[in-house]
Design a protein around this ligand. Structure first.
Ligand code: SF4
Length: 97
């Protein structure tokens, strides 16, 4: 199982998850990436990042809300095609009402 950051993470400055991950599988390129990306192949399912996130933007794969399902595609994509994943993050922004 892995964990995913989700829409609340977009443009969030806090990067506690990057620092707390014991296997360095949370990645963000400062000034380029709008969310922290979690490598599903590197994640050891320790769960440390979820409670560390001050905005509750991280979900386990099993608890990912249906409305956030796109993030299950975005995260693994980042590790094969960063530009495509970054474009999908833009699409995941909530539509203003
Ligand atoms: Fe890193 Fe653990 Fe979070 Fe996986 S669950 S991304 S290993 S802190």
């Amino acid at each position: 199982m892995t964990y995913y950051t989700t829409s609340a993470c977009i443009d969030e400055a806090n990067q506690m998850c990057v620092d707390i991950c014991p296997v360095d599988c949370v990645h963000i390129e400062d000034g380029v990436d709008r969310i922290a990306f979690i490598d599903p192949d590197g994640c050891i399912d320790c769960g440390a990042c979820e409670p560390a996130c001050p905005i509750s933007a991280i979900y386990s794969e099993a608890a990912l809300p249906e409305s956030m399902a796109i993030f299950a595609k975005i995260h693994p994509l980042y590790f094969t095609d960063r530009e495509a994943a970054r474009a999908m993050v833009g699409e995941a922004l909530p539509v203003p009402s």
